[in-house]
Design a protein around this ligand. Structure first.
Ligand code: HEC
Ligand code: HEC
Ligand code: HEC
Ligand code: HEC
Ligand code: HEC
Length: 510
């Protein structure tokens, strides 16, 4: 046998099946200086695209606190409370990054960011930032984030004309502040408390697009494009919208992803979706929607209230969603040259958008693998966090995007992003194939392979730089995990059958 002492590591083949829709946009200079904050008829809250219906003025009386709705809509309220929508303003990571951006732009991005994180604050003018003290002043109502009345006062959306897709984004919705009409998905609904109006928009992904598509207001770079990713997916083709997965239980969302069928199809005596939309409702509705809106964020809700069971519940649902979003397949073989090949394919089976999505310059998913021989010697490893909880990105297969500023230097800051230099996120129903090569240095006859797919909302470095010494440790969530032992038999290698007790243990751990 050839004497190979060092462990070889290289990625032979690394592709993503569907190519990214976006080419990096050509940089326009003065990204930040060019930010136009002058109000116009079309952009009264520039640079945010938020506007009110008929240009009616908004006051704090235009909006009510969620607790008012809770009396008659307890189910919707219980879901919303503790959700990332309810934390959209108070989220400490958002606030720290926002302050950094305000300093960098001399306050010019205030309405832009707050237009999505506290629409009430922007519309009513009750949220502001003091440059001298670097503190915020915000009304109690506005600090509640994306509230019931924010979404249920949306009377329309304005497609963007100056973007690649002419879709929605940057807060491009029209909020009715003239009336107290609640816009929603129900036909013929009657409430003793408020007027109601059927709104088709609330049943469509466009409602979410206005906030879940972020386009740099000066250079046009798609900073977050969850909606645009969905729009070109098999889900969109099958009329499966964001609401179907994010406003139903994880179990229903998994079925939707598997079958590409709408949620109504799964309603039976075990899966009950129907019920009363309000405790005062007179008729059963086909679906009463969960308002938890859980994505992958398992950290913010739990650090904001570590002792609250409800908030821990949001973190648990986030884990469950992540653990059903992807699948892994592992191939193991000895090559002609005595070296070994470990193939790992990652499939996005459950997310209606890329994996990961949204702030992909920060959110990341990676392959962790450990190959050991039967004496416990490590033959190969990748994707281990170091003592500072950091990853060596050059030696790891990471699914994320890399963004740079005007000068071409890497940045995570949304206001500074000028273009995307690389994007390894996996499209909906797409997959990504990777190979790792290593040597059987002790020439053993039994090799164990352990492969994990991990997710983190942010790197420890990023979080520490924003929150300082009080920063929490960002948890690693294992999305998938497989382990197998291979034994040499004659000329080939075959998988060792797992004992019944090992299988039982694995099922229990999942
Ligand atoms: C992020 C936006 C958003 C927020 C915040 C929100 N909703 Fe909804 N709500 C929706 C959407 C979208 C639907 C319709 C989903 C569909 O039909 O596909 C809906 C449906 C409803 C319905 C109709 C019955 C049902 O459950 O389908 C009621 C009632 C309702 N919401 C009340 C509330 C209350 C009360 C709150 C606050 C505690 C709230 N909503 C917060 C977006 C929101
Ligand atoms: C078009 C609406 C929109 C605008 C404009 C916007 N955001 Fe956000 N922001 C979002 C959404 C939606 C998310 C959640 C994405 C997710 O969690 O996957 C988010 C998440 C974040 C997060 C991550 C929070 C966490 O806990 O991980 C930070 C930080 C943030 N935004 C900062 C900003 C700053 C600073 C600005 C202004 C430069 C800004 N945002 C502008 C919609 C917006
Ligand atoms: C006194 C009870 C009561 C209060 C308080 C109340 N609602 Fe309702 N709401 C109802 C009833 C009843 C319905 C009709 C349900 C049905 O037809 O199935 C309804 C329907 C709705 C709908 C569906 C409208 C449609 O056409 O799809 C939305 C959205 C809604 N309410 C939001 C809110 C919000 C937001 C608040 C708080 C600002 C609130 N409600 C406060 C009783 C109430
Ligand atoms: C008014 C703006 C707005 C609208 C409309 C809106 N969102 Fe959000 N959404 C946000 C913001 C802001 C956050 C993140 C807050 C943060 O991370 O600090 C968020 C967070 C989320 C998350 C949690 C992400 C995570 O990291 O776990 C999900 C899921 C989500 N939204 C889905 C939806 C869906 C589905 C719709 C449409 C029915 C929708 N949103 C409509 C602003 C909005
Ligand atoms: C087929 C089901 C499905 C559909 C459709 C879907 N999602 Fe998701 N979404 C998921 C799953 C699973 C995750 C968790 C994995 C992840 O983070 O990407 C997720 C995560 C998210 C997150 C959090 C991402 C993060 O890591 O912070 C946001 C925000 C979100 N979705 C918004 C949306 C919006 C907006 C739409 C519609 C344009 C949508 N989703 C459509 C299944 C779905």
């Amino acid at each position: 046998m050839k004497k190979i002492t060092s462990i070889l590591f290289f990625i032979v083949f690394s592709t993503t099946t569907l190519s990214s829709l976006y080419a990096a946009s050509v940089g326009v200079n003065q990204d930040v200086a060019g930010l136009d904050t002058t109000p116009t008829i079309d952009r009264p809250f520039a640079p945010s695209l938020l506007r009110t219906k008929n240009h009616h003025k908004a006051t704090l009386d235009s909006f009510e606190n969620p607790e008012v709705c809770a009396g008659c809509h307890p189910k919707q309220y219980e879901g919303w409370r503790g959700s990332m929508h309810s934390n959209a303003w108070n989220d400490p990571i958002f606030l720290a990054e926002f302050k950094k951006g305000l300093k960098a732009t001399d306050g010019k991005i205030f309405k832009y960011c707050a237009g999505c994180h506290s629409p009430i604050g922007v519309l009513t003018g009750t949220a502001s930032w003091d440059k001298e003290t670097n503190t915020f002043d915000i009304s109690e109502k506005a600090a509640r984030g994306v509230t019931c009345d924010v979404c249920h006062s949306i009377a329309g959306a304005v497609p963007l004309e100056d973007t690649l897709t002419s879709e929605h984004g940057n807060g491009s919705h029209i909020i009715d502040t003239e009336t107290h009409i609640k816009y929603g998905p129900l036909k013929n609904s009657v409430s003793p408390y408020h007027e109601t109006q059927y709104s088709e928009l609330h049943t469509k992904a466009n409602l979410c697009a206005s906030c879940h598509n972020i386009i740099h207001p000066v250079n046009g770079t798609p900073v977050e494009r969850t909606y645009d990713e969905w729009r070109v997916s098999p889900y969109a083709q099958n009329e499966i919208v964001c609401q179907d997965c994010h406003m139903n239980s994880v179990e229903v969302a998994i079925q939707i992803a598997k079958t590409l069928k709408r949620p109504e199809t799964f309603a039976n005596k075990h899966v009950r979706l129907s019920g009363k939309a309000s405790t005062l409702g007179t008729q059963d509705r086909a679906i009463v929607h969960s308002h938890e809106f859980v994505g992958g964020n398992a950290i913010i809700s739990s650090i904001m209230a570590p002792k609250s069971l409800r908030k821990r519940k949001h973190a648990d649902i986030a884990k469950k969603r992540l653990q059903n979003a992807a699948e892994l397949t592992v191939h193991f073989e000895q090559r002609g040259d005595e070296l070994f090949k470990l193939g790992v394919d990652v499939y996005n089976v459950g997310a209606g958008h890329n994996l990961p999505t949204s702030l992909t310059q920060v959110r990341h998913i990676w392959i962790e693998a450990t190959v050991t021989d039967n004496q416990g010697n490590i033959l190969f490893e990748t994707g281990k966090l170091d003592n500072h909880h950091d990853l060596d990105e050059d030696k790891t297969v990471v699914f994320k995007s890399w963004t740079v500023d005007e000068k071409g230097e890497e940045t995570h800051d949304p206001w500074a992003i000028n273009h995307i230099v690389r994007d390894t996120t996996i499209p909906p129903k797409g997959h990504s194939k990777h190979e790792f090569i290593f040597a059987n240095k002790n020439n053993v006859k039994q090799i164990s392979v352990d492969v994990k797919l991990n997710y983190r909302s942010a790197t420890q470095h990023f979080t520490d730089s924003l929150l300082g010494p009080d920063a929490p440790t960002i948890p690693t969530i294992t999305m998938e995990h497989t382990s197998n032992t291979y034994v040499q038999k004659g000329n080939g290698w075959s998988k060792l059958m797992k004992s019944f007790s090992t299988l039982e243990e694995e099922i229990e751990n999942n």
